[in-house]
Design a protein around this ligand. Structure first.
Ligand code: SF4
Length: 358
């Protein structure tokens, strides 16, 4: 097992992907990339990353960015709390550290949105510090290397795996070692299918490869079933555009825009939805056909969106409305402003398509 680090680093030096945050691994670049990659594949995240650091090239620029623009830069990546925390942390870094990320694991860990893994990645990759950066890829690689079926969602197991990871970390290249483990997990020791053991630099050392247990590892508990919630959606169009409602500042999809909706609710008939709209202060004129379809009382096509703990099953109706002043938290969004200014989360992708065509 003492050959793990040399074999891994030799493979990494030959096979690593040339990614923009590797060619210029400034603390800011590593930070933004690690936050983006938390729930997004590298190939999907790259265009977002490049646009984000081009438009907000410094921590100061990120700290000063307006909320709508910030959300627009993140639109399509989802999990918007990541970018809100990124900005909160940037503001703290400007106030407390002169606009430079601190070269200290504990100080990084104390910033909003930065957990053990991200603090370890920044501290080791950008500052060369001997700290771990253990994500799901690394846990999977070590569970297989040691042929260890312990459940990796158990915090005590993660701690003991982290100790093993650190026992092999070379003092002269801690960041490269951490990156190499993540890269091996992403490219060779794959999740959800056969790992590519025939191409693995650690195959001769790997317990799971010897025992044929790769697919059973890492050990995991069954995830809890998701809650299913009906969501009633109203698409309302006036001569000034589509009606949007801003979500509250906390909770799911905080601060983002949406069509008017009611969570955990269904309406038996469109008239009931019109009454509910009137109770919010929005008068509607008539039931409308969807853009591109004949007028009439058609329900919206059903749409589903899966969050980590809840599944939204959406449906509703489309209404026309006269131009009218709106209560606070509502706007009419023209097609141009819908494209350029207001960020609708991916949950409403199906309905946004209708709105942009309407
Ligand atoms: S030999 Fe196979 S299971 Fe073992 S670390 Fe390499 S890819 Fe993973």
């Amino acid at each position: 097992m003492e050959n793990i680090a040399p074999a891994l680093l030799a493979w990494f030096d030959q096979n690593k992907r040339l990614l923009p945050f590797r060619t210029d691994p400034s603390p800011y670049h590593v930070w933004v990339s690690e936050i983006m990659l938390q729930q997004t594949r590298v190939s999907a995240a790259l265009p977002y990353y490049e646009r984000f650091v081009r438009e907000l090239p410094t921590i100061q620029a990120l700290a000063a960015c307006g909320e709508e623009r910030l959300h627009k830069l993140w639109e399509g990546l989802g999990y918007y709390s990541r970018v809100r925390n990124l900005q909160k942390a940037a503001r703290i870094v400007c106030e407390q550290y002169g606009g430079e990320l601190p070269a200290d694991y504990a100080a990084l860990r104390a910033l909003p949105g930065i957990g053990d893994y991200t603090a370890g990645a920044i501290a080791s990759i950008s500052f060369g510090q001997a700290v771990p950066a253990v994500d799901g890829n690394v846990l999977r690689v070590f569970a297989r290397l040691y042929n260890d079926p312990a459940c990796v969602s158990d915090p005590a197991v993660r701690r003991s795996f982290t100790a093993r990871v650190m026992a092999h970390q070379p003092a002269d290249r801690p960041g490269s070692y951490n990156e190499a483990l993540m890269e091996l997990g992403a490219l060779v020791c794959l999740p959800g299918g056969e790992p590519l053991c025939g191409q693995c630099p650690l195959a001769a050392l790997c317990g799971a490869n010897r025992a044929g247990t790769q697919l059973a590892l890492p050990g995991k508990t069954q995830p809890k079933p998701r809650r299913v919630e009906p969501v009633a959606v109203a698409l309302v169009q006036s001569p000034e555009g589509w009606l949007l409602q801003r979500r509250p500042d906390t909770g799911l999809l905080a601060g983002l825009w949406q069509p008017v909706l009611w969570e955990n609710k269904t309406f038996a008939a469109p008239e009931q939805m019109q009454q509910a709209l009137a109770a919010l202060g929005v008068q509607t004129a008539a039931l409308w056909g969807l853009p591109g379809r004949a007028a009439g009382a058609q329900p919206l096509p059903a749409a589903k969106h899966v969050f980590s703990h809840v599944e939204w099953h959406m449906g509703g109706w489309c209404f026309s409305a006269p131009a009218q002043p709106l209560p606070e938290g509502f706007v009419w969004a023209s097609r141009a402003r819908l494209e350029a200014e207001y960020t609708l989360p991916g949950a409403f992708k199906a309905y946004k398509k209708w709105m942009l065509n309407g």
